[in-house]
Design a protein around this ligand. Sequence first.
Ligand code: HEC
Length: 264
Amino acid sequence: MTVRLTQASAPLMHSIDVRDEFGATRRIAIPAERALTVFVDKRELVTLMTLGAAPELLVLGYLRNQRLVERADDIDSITVDWDVQAAAVTTRAGIERFDEKTAKRVVTTGCGQGTVFGDLMDDLDRIALPPAYGPPVQSVAPPPAGDVVATGEYLARIGHCMDCHTPRTTDGRLLMEQLGAGGMQFPGPWGVSVARNLTPHDSGLKGWSDAEIARAIRTGVGRDGSTLKPPMGFAYYRNIGDADMAALVAYLRSLKPQPFAGRN
Ligand code: HEC
């Protein structure tokens, strides 16, 4: 199920006129701070202060963080209207024990995101930690100078590429023999995205040029020009330099070709 969201993204900066130390009037840009009052099924919950870049996702994340909703699927729509500085949330089936959950609140700062509702810490102990992979890492050796593939592997580790692009065992470990084969599903407000096959296989990056791979990683534009979805962190990879990108691509091309998700 998909949450219906308005796209009320607002500019992060706005211009004001100031008088500088020489008495001259200058126009400068400052970050915007907008108030957004959240209504859940028509009932007022809290006022969040935000820059306004992604107000719908802010509200969704807030409700989830506060354990007021279990899953994004519990929400039908979030409608943000800056004219009235409000976000109207419609749930699919109401929020269980809403009064009880919101009766107790701790206000840690004046800003709405500092408001913490009663139940927040209740299920903290039940959050399972990922399996341990071995003893703590003491140090990581740099890749051997001049070894392009090893450098690419090193960068792929820092970039967590294979954590998303490799199938896992039922207890959450990476299936190293299917490294890079893709298939992991990521549900979210964007629908469901599926990690692609990064190995040099027909269902992976085999026919891609280096430039096409670099464009996908840096800008989230697919080979056919389509827009790739989150949670791949295109914005974080945008500034990967040319030498590092060449190493990453060389590493991806060195992977063992695998059918998509390791399935034949
Ligand atoms: C948080 C998970 C995640 C991480 C980390 C991640 N990716 Fe992705 N990647 C995805 C998903 C999901 C898609 C598919 C998006 C879609 O379907 O629109 C994708 C798509 C791609 C594509 C496009 C392939 C195609 O067939 O269109 C490339 C190339 C890629 N990733 C490479 C990388 C590299 C290299 C790294 C590390 C620098 C990386 N990814 C890190 C989740 C991730």
